[in-house]
Design a protein around this ligand. Structure first.
Ligand SMILES: Cc1cc2nc3c(=O)[nH]c(=O)nc-3n(C[C@H](O)[C@H](O)[C@H](O)COP(=O)(O)OP(=O)(O)OC[C@H]3O[C@@H](n4cnc5c(N)ncnc54)[C@H](O)[C@@H]3O)c2cc1C
Length: 372
């Protein structure tokens, strides 16, 4: 049987997109929509799991619809959730929010990749990529390797990707004390989670979120300070956070958690023919559940920049500015919310005021990103 790599021509690609998460899929579809020959590769075999709370903010839903990819949400069985339940030090407050939708990432990302194929993108899973220089990418599948020199290279390989490893111009600046990510998909609701709500439990060492997924499953996702994970291990760290609010454990012994490294980090968004998008271009810890929406909103704007590069123009600097314009304000909001959540006494006081009806509606609505 022909392998994935031997089935593609090494020449003639206008754009190569590395990574088929939300950023890579939306970028590939946006580039292909401009009539450019687009190859999308992912090192994982699809469908593949991803550490994530699975909650897509209204801005992400709208950006996906605008990009003509809203069908992927329906294909993945996405369901709306319009209540956010916050818990800190035992105080609890349920807030009405602009509806998020929840999705299981393995299904959602596979549906997005399928939508790309329907739009003329060539998709190969099980194919890893590594940037050799600012014009050349090596693709690998098993023992096979080929080199491509596409017109534009879009790197959307997330926080854990290695497509740019060893490239000095794309070295990460990592905030070493920032939380690390942990996640698992559960077959039953964790004991502390209320039905039909996204539940966030905040403590001194981070926060744990639980969201109902379509089909009766649950996403459990946490951002936890590295010292707590070192002290208690992944499952123990989550149980410690819950215990701070007087909540019982998540039967964590039976749950297999996946992890990602420090969540707050940044690096250059572009150089020469290479454009970065999604988590690959930098991230801040995800309390407001916006990472996918950031990835989608930026990726939906990449088409003109990739096309300019394919036509020989220098659009790298302009792409960095476009990303900053799109996400700057929301990242400030997210940092502010995270700073408040890291002080459970403050959050506890806010929740008590909220329970008395003293938190204005605009404050809870501002927690959610309404439109990019
Ligand atoms: C604990 C936690 C909870 C979160 N909860 C939420 C939430 O509720 N809502 C939300 O919107 N966001 C959430 N996020 C953030 C969200 O998961 C990310 O922001 C989002 O997945 C970014 O999408 P992406 O396409 O940039 O990267 P990813 O989704 O990470 O996709 C990257 C892809 O690149 C592939 N890849 C990596 N290296 C290579 C290579 N060398 N060659 C080829 N392919 C490669 C990977 O296999 C992967 O498929 C959470 C994150 C964490 C850590």
């Amino acid at each position: 049987m022909a392998s994935a790599l031997s089935s593609i021509e090494p020449g003639g690609w206008d754009a190569l997109v590395v990574g088929a998460g939300p950023a890579g899929c939306v970028a590939a579809a946006s580039i292909a929509a401009r009539g450019l020959r687009t190859l999308l590769v992912d090192r994982a075999a699809f469908p593949r799991p991803k550490v994530c709370g699975g909650c897509l903010a209204p801005a992400g839903v709208a950006a996906l619809d605008d990009a003509g990819l809203g069908g992927a949400l329906r294909l993945a069985g996405a369901a709306p959730v319009a209540t956010l339940r916050l818990i800190a030090r035992g105080s609890s407050l349920s807030l009405p929010i602009r509806p998020y939708v929840t999705v299981e990432r393995a299904r959602f990302d596979a549906a997005l990749a399928q939508s790309c194929v329907e739009r003329g993108v060539r998709f190969l899973d099980g194919v890893g990529a590594k940037l050799l220089d600012l014009e050349t990418v090596e693709l690998r599948a098993g023992d096979e390797r080929i080199s491509l020199r596409p017109g534009a290279i879009v790197v959307a390989d997330g926080l854990g990707g290695a497509a740019l490893s060893g490239r000095p111009e794309f070295r990460w600046t990592v905030k070493e004390d920032s939380p690390v990510g942990l996640g698992a998909t559960l077959d039953a609701p964790p004991a502390h989670a209320g039905p039909d709500a996204i539940t966030m439990v905040c403590g001194r060492g981070g926060y744990v979120g639980a969201a109902p997924l379509p089909g009766g499953r649950w996403a459990l996702a946490a951002a936890v300070t590295p010292w707590l994970v070192r002290r208690d291990g992944p499952a123990g760290a989550i149980d410690s956070l819950l215990a701070e609010s007087g909540l019982g454990p998540v039967a964590a012994g039976a749950v297999r958690f996946r992890g990602v490294g420090n969540l707050t980090r940044r690096r250059a968004a572009s150089r020469g023919r290479v454009l970065l998008v999604g988590d690959a271009s930098g991230y801040v810890q995800p309390l407001t559940g916006e990472g996918m929406s950031w990835a989608i909103a930026c990726a939906a704007r990449i088409g003109p920049y990739a096309e300019a590069i394919v036509r020989g123009a220098d659009a790298a600097g302009a792409w960095g500015r476009e990303c900053s314009r799109t996400l700057g304000v929301r990242r400030v909001v997210c940092r502010a919310v995270c700073a408040a959540a890291a002080r459970p006494r403050v959050l506890d006081a806010v929740l008590r005021l909220g329970a008395l009806g003293a938190v204005p509606g605009w404050a809870s609505r501002g927690l959610c990103w309404g439109r990019a």
